[in-house]
Design a protein around this ligand. Sequence first.
Ligand code: TXD
Length: 314
Amino acid sequence: MKKPKITVIGGGNVGATTAHRLAEGQLGDVVLIDVVEGMPQGKALDLLQAAPVVHHDGLVVGSNDYEAAAGSDIIVVTAGLARKPGMSRDDLQDANARIVADCIRRSIKGSRDTIIVMVTNPLDVMCEVARRVSGFPRERVVGMAGILDTARMRAFIAQELGVSAESVFALVLGGHGDSMVPLPRYTTVSGVPITELLPRERIDAIVQRTAQGGGEIVRLLKTGSAYYAPAAGVWEMVDSIVKDRKKILPCSAHLEGEFGLDDVFVGVPCKLGAAGMEGIFEPKLTADEIALLHRSAAEVRAQVGKLPNELGTQ
Ligand code: TXD
């Protein structure tokens, strides 16, 4: 059987760490693409030379040329500018929309059936850019953010309760970051809702820290933003697609009527399998939760409305 081919566009912190995880996780052959001359080639060579020691046998190729990406089963887009301290996600939108549009146009030429996993911020808006530029059905354009937000929340809850993070399940909907919609009712420790395990004010504090989780790391790092946990999030999505695991993961998906929302990307529980985003799970929400989700979607929609003209129409 043919080994999956996974292209990661953008060989910066998130892209290179993702390539690292994908290669060592034996998920397939990995192609790393960046505009910086020599950088993706150098990082790919370095990753390849780890193979004999850490026992993986996939190819890792670096290139500045999209020909290397031809025939990709999955294309992960991390290219763009990273958030600097004091800079909001939205400041990045214009520049990153142009970068993402260019990367998608070039990369899908040789990979018409590929599944696009978006990572570049502002995430939900960049998913819409990828959908418009590619013309792909919604199954094949999906964004990584919810896994990161829930992973952060799970890690904080685990720390607070002194239990393994693996026993903590969390559900977060909505836009990435500040406008996320956490659902403590559906957040459990081995099936027990955290609302029964933690006082309200502790849950609120954890939720707030999660929503600002990216900013906390940006302030500490001073240059650049988080990349280990984001790369882990991409790995989990690619793993579920490549192995057709059909995991239910919080991802940014194009809604077509779900939760009373239409034609907008927002974070929802998605089934990821060989066909990509194979379906959306719709947990029962309270009126308040629905209102928060709609507000989050309205923010994404407003941002989509600010896209440069050439990307403004389908
Ligand atoms: O949850 C999430 N979705 C996110 C998203 C979590 C973490 C980071 N998130 C966003 O991913 C972040 O706000 C950025 O928009 C991207 C990439 O973050 P990263 O930390 O990897 O940024 P770097 O290290 O600056 O890397 C970006 C790379 C860099 O090497 C550039 O040379 C390259 O992108 N780049 C390009 N590659 C190919 N083609 C073009 N046009 C291009 N422009 C820049």
